[in-house]
Design a binder for this molecule. Structure first.
Ligand SMILES: [Zn+2]
Length: 91
């Protein structure tokens, strides 16, 4: 089911719930029974706090286009080499 919005020239806007793809161009107004035209409006999106939205966007972008670095960024401690690396054969 989806919510479709119609605009009655006399009573104003009203919503109907119908199966997706079955909404007609006009619908009888439940108040005055006159035909009301269908209107298209923005979907009812949940409001997400700005900081959370930025974090989610950064996380999504990181998965698709990770930032590649070739050295430790300045100001961060130099990581110790992984212990396994010492067991690698040396030339
Ligand atoms: Zn009406």
């Amino acid at each position: 089911m989806a919510t479709y919005e119609y605009d009655c020239p006399r009573c104003g806007r009203f919503e109907t719930n119908q199966p997706i793809g079955t909404a007609s161009e006009s619908q009888d107004c439940p108040g005055c029974r006159r035909p009301a035209r269908r209107v298209f409006s923005a979907p009812h999106l949940t409001t997400v706090p700005r900081q959370l939205a930025a974090a989610l966007e950064r996380e999504e972008r990181s998965g698709a286009e990770p930032e590649v670095v070739t050295e430790v960024p300045p100001g961060r401690p130099q990581p110790a080499p992984h212990p396994v690396l010492s067991r690698l054969p040396r030339p």
